[in-house]
Design a protein around this ligand. Sequence first.
Ligand SMILES: [Fe+2]
Length: 299
Amino acid sequence: MELPAKLACLGYSFISSKMKEMAKGLGFFVVISALILGACTLFDFPQDVKRFNESTDGSLSNASNVDAPGTNDFHFAVFGDSHHGLDDTTELINRTGLSLINADSDIDFMVGLGDLTNSGRNHQYAGLKATIDELTSIPFYPVLGNHDVWFNGWDNFKQTFGRSVYTFTADHVTFIVVDSASSTMNKGQFEWLRDRLIENRDNVTIVATHVPVYTGLSGHYLLWDDPEQSYNFMQLCNQYNVDLVLQGHYHEFDDLTIGNVRFIVTGNWNTDIDGDTYHYLKIGVNGSGITVTKVDFSI
Ligand SMILES: [Fe+2]
């Protein structure tokens, strides 16, 4: 029932122009258009729903909480699209960045904002895991990206890292990791997110998503597919006092506050786009204060 609805979405512009010619009266066209547009917002990708269900039905391991200092004052690192397995240069960038993060004794854990692998292959996940284990001794929290689900990549991700939708805490901060690998958010995950935000509305809350919901950058084709979903996500974050949204996918840095919520994009770990430098973020949380430092590096 849902696939025809998606096809209707994709072909809407073409179909609507033909329908204008065919429809005898304006009323007919308005009614049909409303039905098709309504179907667009009802569609959930089956693979997106499958990943959400498997991440929340208890069949996969839960990410453990971070043993942060207990002072409500700690740091963590965030890196963007690592694309492990792409080429030798990417390997060198990954190794350099991970080594720098590990050498900073202030950093208690790290978050990888998706596209961890270049094409979701099992050997790429194994290689990334081996590199992380070799070069770091701090907890790693993964986010699922669109490249990570190529070639049966979800099965490889969940065998390597577990859930793609989960929460964890570090001291007084709740982290909520969502699955936007399909550039969308199914209704079940949206309701799950809302429940987590309600539970944590009085805590410091940080949400991590691979595909950005919004940026000040120009490439809007790199955002979630449905602007209405993005709007609803941003409304939820504002309503329930989310402090920070971390976003990847874009391979550039951006820092934008909308309403009460700070939206940061990072990701120029893998490739050098628009002259930006390879970087990761060092984020400090002290009470309710959050500081974000962009750490540039070269190889
Ligand atoms: Fe991506």
